[in-house]
Ligand binder design. Sequence first.
Ligand code: CTP
Length: 406
Amino acid sequence: MLIALGVTGGIGAYKAVEVARGLQKRGHDVVAVMTPAATRFVGPVTFEAITRRRVITDQFEAGANADIEHIALASTIDLLLIAPATANIIGKLANGLADDFLSTLYTATRAPLLLAPSMNTQMFAHEAVRRNLDTLAARGVRFVEPGEGYLACGWIGKGRLAEPDEIVAAADAILRPAGPLRGRRILITAGPTLEDFDPVRFIGNRSSGRMGYAIAAEAARRGADVTLVTGPTSLEAPAVREVVKVRGAVEMHQAVMSRAGDMQIVVMAAAVADYTPVERADRKVPKGRDTLTLTLKRTPDILGDLGRQRLARGGGPLLVGFAAETEDVVAHAAAKREAKHADLIVANDVSRADAGFDVETNAVTIVGPDGAEPIPLQSKARIAAEILNRVERLLVTRSAEAGHHV
Ligand code: CTP
């Protein structure tokens, strides 16, 4: 979705940089529109570097009117967000004044408007400002209320720009119709686990974490409340509620089991080590002999434990597991689904070079209660969306069934 981020001349203008980043993290495209006053608080280059688009700062700039830019932009944006919105822009919008690019864009667009006002407490309480806000509210404009707190002018009271996270969430909520994942608590594991056998050496695997991170990002985009439990990876964590970094399988087991009770969905995309060294030396193991023997023991099966727990309690989170197979993919995945009491198993055919571990793309077969469905080779982001579509379908079926029982 394309969002025009209007930035006006308030002390909170610097927070708009975080807002732009947050919107991008949720997969939106952002074009920044700054009033001349805003450019005195933050440089346009900052927004340009972040949005990777030209920043619009002046209506009468050479070239800006070649394709009547405010009209062109007005018809392509999905949302106009103004953060911070000063008393001045609020007054202009309420009264239809259009003397700069931003106010002109507002009158020209039919996209929804979201305002994050920010001003001194006394100004916010002024009757003229209140009336303008009421006028805009009656017109269907939405607001992210300013926070209370210490203001730059020394006053303590209402008027401080809302926090960037809150503004981003409000923008996202307007753009995304509520789907079954909205507000659901989902835990996703990702990456490898590394099993140490001395202070510098470990046994690991080639998982990059991309598949799990893509699912976490997509779930957040759909409004889910996401906890990401991740083994060591080189990826930047998506903007989610909680990121728990772990190293070994035992630590991951503990991190997942202690949180699973609060979850409505658990997706085990991590490549958890099945074995870990029996002993971990305190000092680096010196070389000497021609051979070295390590004795390994089984790690706890996290997905298996979740499945057993759910069976014993007669309820629990919806469970999604992954399976790495090289042959008889569907039969093996179906057997794993039964054995682990999971709802869905996403089977990777790891014998292909272009799918599975440590590559950008994947091709999977999703095995669920209604059989197996092949998902052809595509980006891990698209595969994540396909997996979550199946999860949403199951959530809907389950709540319909629960409804019948009542
Ligand atoms: N898993 C887990 N805890 C483990 C090992 C695996 O939760 N100790 C999870 C993985 O995250 C994955 C699924 O279980 O979701 C994989 O099941 P697993 O039985 O380990 O199958 P494979 O790794 O595919 O291998 P194998 O066929 O050798 O059992």
